[in-house]
Design a protein around this ligand. Structure first.
Ligand code: FAD
Length: 470
């Protein structure tokens, strides 16, 4: 099929509103969030229903034309960006944004892939339920993208990654067939759990068009605290105590260093330091309770008082109002942006077995300081999940292009250290284009071969998001 007739065919399927062919209009779909990757698609296709997705994919399969699925385009690894060949179709799911239904008794919602995450959280809340998936990009990212990246976020400690929040999926396969696996069952042992193949696959195995998501009781009270500590080892001791005392009520446990706080205070004029003096490290801790009242707060205070007495922590402030709780959270949530304002840095999204995180931080800090004197570590993350954003800023006064040359040797030190500690070089964000080559160093040949076999079985013509992950 010639390119001209392929686009004509697609236009018949999705109508003029679903096809963008002008380079000026498709530019925002051709660039990733961080503007690291800039592609050139043949066209951007925006189908409005599963049937349209299926017909578009079948047409592309017959023409052996590559498809790059795309949701909110907030991914951080270039996974939703087409290459520069001008031959790939971006399949943007944003028009598929219907909430197909909420079943409050079954504690599930059935949603289309293009629903924006924040809208789904709101719809769940209106039905008196909690959709716990939550991340800073929630106003733009879409559930199809969240599932395809197996997104993490701030509530993994209690509710798990996106993977653990899914009961059923509807997927258009690379052949154009529709797999209807939209079941709302919590128990279903009838063979391979196929939905899990597509979750975290970064669009390389098929197009997710809809999902059945788990809902939970809505918390009625919360306690949010910022805790000052000497070092990450003490934070791990506090985590152990808090989990023991609070169980499932512990819903957030985030670590950040004083350097992170100093960047937030420097770049966000409204941000306020949580204590009159500064400390080496901080933890943001949150408890949620389905009971209204003071229970969560009383529990948080008793855990923190005991930790203070035993010198596990140096100080603590429990939020006295919803406004103060939001201000505490913003200290953690503004770190990424503050860091961007400060200048370029080399980012790592890694996970380590929780018990070894403190050891990992001190060993890797020391190695980097030896090899690259003066570098400044911007270390923060979801400590409760063993997930660190371990970012490296240049020595003060270094020109950005000079530091850019350091990224390969710095990545090598950090990722080799992650491997030595039994961790993963991508905890949350996926591989995309960014880490596709890097992962070959850390996964066994057998594991890579198994992934390739699955890819070939489902996508024999290699049309689904080629050049990503594998
Ligand atoms: C400020 C900010 C904060 C962030 N915080 C977090 C965080 O805390 N935790 C976290 O995990 N991530 C985080 N991210 C990364 C990003 O938001 C997530 O990866 C998110 O899940 C991507 O969703 P999206 O809709 O934007 O997907 P896209 O960026 O559009 O796509 C991501 C991948 O999914 C594929 N894809 C998209 N839709 C489909 C579909 N329907 N079917 C098949 N494949 C599809 C794409 O091909 C691509 O491979 C953050 C990003 C930003 C910008």
């Amino acid at each position: 099929m010639k390119m001209r007739s392929l686009l004509d065919e697609i236009r018949i399927i999705v109508g003029p509103a679903g096809l963008i062919t002008s380079p000026h209009e498709f530019a925002p779909y051709a660039t990733d969030w961080r503007k690291r990757y800039v592609g050139k698609p043949l066209a951007v296709v925006r189908p409005a229903s599963t049937a349209e997705v299926a017909r578009v994919v079948r047409t592309c399969s017959e023409a052996r034309t590559a498809i790059v699925p795309q949701g909110g385009n907030t991914g951080l690894c270039g996974a939703a960006t087409p290459d520069a060949s001008g031959s790939q179709i971006v399949l943007n799911l944003s028009r598929m944004n219907r909430l197909r239904g909420i079943d409050a008794r079954n504690n599930t919602m059935t949603v289309e892939a293009g629903c924006v995450l924040a809208n789904l959280q709101k719809a769940a809340e209106e039905a008196g339920r909690l959709l716990p998936l939550s991340l800073a990009a929630e106003g733009s990212c879409e559930i199809g993208g969240n599932l395809s990246t197996n997104a993490g976020g701030t509530a993994v400690l209690r509710y798990g990654n996106a993977r653990e929040l899914v009961l059923g999926l509807e997927v258009v396969l690379p052949s154009g067939e529709i797999w209807d696996g939209l079941r709302g069952l919590r128990k279903d042992n009838t063979g391979y759990d196929l939905k899990q193949l597509f979750i975290g696959a970064e669009g390389t195995l098929g197009v997710i068009t809809a999902a059945v998501l788990k809902l939970f009781p809505l918390p009625k009270s919360r306690a949010t605290a910022v805790v000052a500590l000497q070092n990450p080892e003490k934070a791990l001791t506090l985590l152990d105590r808090a989990l023991g005392a609070c169980g499932e009520r512990l819903t957030g446990f985030e670590l950040f260093s004083d350097f992170c706080l100093s960047l937030v205070l420097k770049h966000f004029k409204d941000a306020a330091a949580p204590f009159p003096r500064r400390f080496p490290h901080y933890v943001l801790m949150e408890l949620s309770d389905t009971q209204p009242g003071e229970g969560a707060r009383t529990l948080a205070e008793s855990v923190l008082e005991a930790a203070l007495e035993e010198e596990v922590i140096l100080d603590a402030a429990v939020a006295q109002s919803e406004t103060q709780a939001r201000a505490f959270w913003s200290l953690r949530e503004f770190i990424s942006e503050a860091q961007a304002h400060e200048g370029p840095n080399i980012k790592h999204d890694v996970s380590i077995p929780i018990a070894r995180i403190a050891e990992f931080i001190s060993a890797t800090d020391a190695e980097l300081a030896r090899a690259h004197p003066g570098v400044r570590m911007v270390t923060f993350g979801h400590l409760g999940d063993g997930n660190l954003h371990y970012n490296v800023s240049p020595p003060e006064g270094t020109a950005p292009d000079v530091f850019a040359n350091e990224s390969a040797p710095i990545n090598r030190i950090v990722h080799d250290s992650v491997a030595r500690f039994g961790g993963s070089i991508s905890a949350e964000h996926g591989l995309g284009q960014l880490k596709r080559e890097e992962i070959r160093r850390y996964k066994s040949p057998l594991e890579l071969e198994l992934m390739l076999k699955i890819k070939r079985a489902l996508d024999p013509y290699g049309i689904m998001n080629p050049g990503k992950v594998l």
